[in-house]
Design a protein around this ligand. Structure first.
Ligand code: HEC
Ligand code: HEC
Length: 269
């Protein structure tokens, strides 16, 4: 009964001292929880592509009808296709926008076909896939504006990073095991940017961290310049390199000379 013998004020002060650490702990826990709730990504924030619930639902319906047979009912992937969680909107926009997906048949390299969805449907699909996990977004108008990009600089970056597969003028070329790097003629700036961002099939990924957005615009400017550039030397012969040029030289040049010689010889007789 030592406590009772003490005055009331002293008792509560002692208790207060004992509870103080506990109260402090509760307050700290409350603050941490509050801060977490305020800053953690909520399910809605995960869909921060600006897509409405209706768009996400449309995207999911389109996905289930056209893609789930290979990529899985829960986008988890199957033996016929990889999981799409985390590939980002840019990958979907590229794959579906260029007509690669939905894949018609699986082979050494999935072929490009006529693109079969409207732009709205592609956007819904992309928004749905992007809502499942973070990945590269579809490049914005500013990112694609190559009006004052440096084509000469772009040519240099292109020759270091892309020409070994796509040829020095973007005419494309063969790779090993039945694969090939396609021609880059007539590919839209958006799809060029997205290809670099996502690295389809055997192409490496060039994320913005290693190849800046400006570098990518420079490359696009270079590719667009080579496509519109006149060919002062005569026929461009598909710009596929010295082999075709040599072949044309031998067949037309040497062949012409031989034909002349034969004709002259025949006349002399
Ligand atoms: C016939 C099976 C098949 C169908 C149907 C199909 N895909 Fe694919 N998809 C594949 C395969 C296989 C790959 C992997 C290609 C590779 O990288 O070699 C792939 C890759 C992809 C990628 C690239 C993933 C990455 O890593 O960047 C995206 C995006 C994609 N598919 C989206 C779709 C969408 C959207 C649909 C429906 C409109 C669809 N696919 C339908 C088989 C399929
Ligand atoms: C290792 C070889 C390789 C390198 C290096 C490479 N690519 Fe590719 N690229 C490919 C292959 C293979 C494809 C076809 C992928 C597919 O069909 O899914 C491709 C596809 C593309 C496409 C899509 C073309 C279309 O018709 O839709 C673009 C655009 C592209 N590459 C641009 C680039 C650029 C720009 C660079 C350099 C920054 C580059 N690539 C570097 C192999 C390569």
């Amino acid at each position: 009964m030592r406590l009772l013998s003490k005055p009331l004020g002293a008792l509560s002060r002692q208790r207060r001292r004992r509870f103080a650490p506990m109260v402090l702990l509760l307050v700290a826990l409350g603050l941490t929880g509050g801060a977490y709730a305020a800053f953690a990504p909520s399910p809605q924030a995960a869909a921060a592509t600006g897509a409405s619930a209706q768009t996400l639902k449309d995207g999911r319906d389109l996905y289930l009808r056209n893609c789930s047979s290979c990529h899985g009912l829960n986008v988890e992937g199957s033996s016929d296709g990889p999981t799409l969680v985390g590939v980002g909107a840019a990958s979907v926009d590229f794959q579906v926008g260029t007509g690669r997906m939905p894949a018609a048949q699986l082979g050494a390299q999935i072929q490009q076909k006529r693109q079969q969805f409207t732009q709205e449907e592609i956007q819904a699909l992309a928004a749905y896939i992007a809502s499942l996990g973070p990945g590269p977004a579809i490049p914005s108008k500013d990112q694609l504006d190559y009006a004052d990009a440096d084509a000469a600089q772009g040519g240099q970056i292109y020759r270091t990073n892309c020409a070994m597969c796509h040829n020095f003028a973007g005419s494309g070329g063969a790779l090993t095991r039945g694969k090939y790097a396609p021609s880059l003629q007539g590919v839209s700036p958006k799809h060029i940017y997205e290809a670099m961002l996502t690295g389809p099939q055997s192409m490496p990924v060039f994320p913005d961290t290693t190849m800046t957005s400006q570098d990518k615009r420079d490359i696009i400017a270079f590719l667009k310049t080579t496509q519109t550039e006149p060919s002062p030397g005569g026929l461009a012969l598909g710009k596929v390199g010295p082999v075709t040029e040599g072949l044309a030289g031998w067949l037309l040049g040497l062949g012409g000379l031989i034909a002349c010689a034969v004709w002259l010889g025949a006349k002399a007789r």
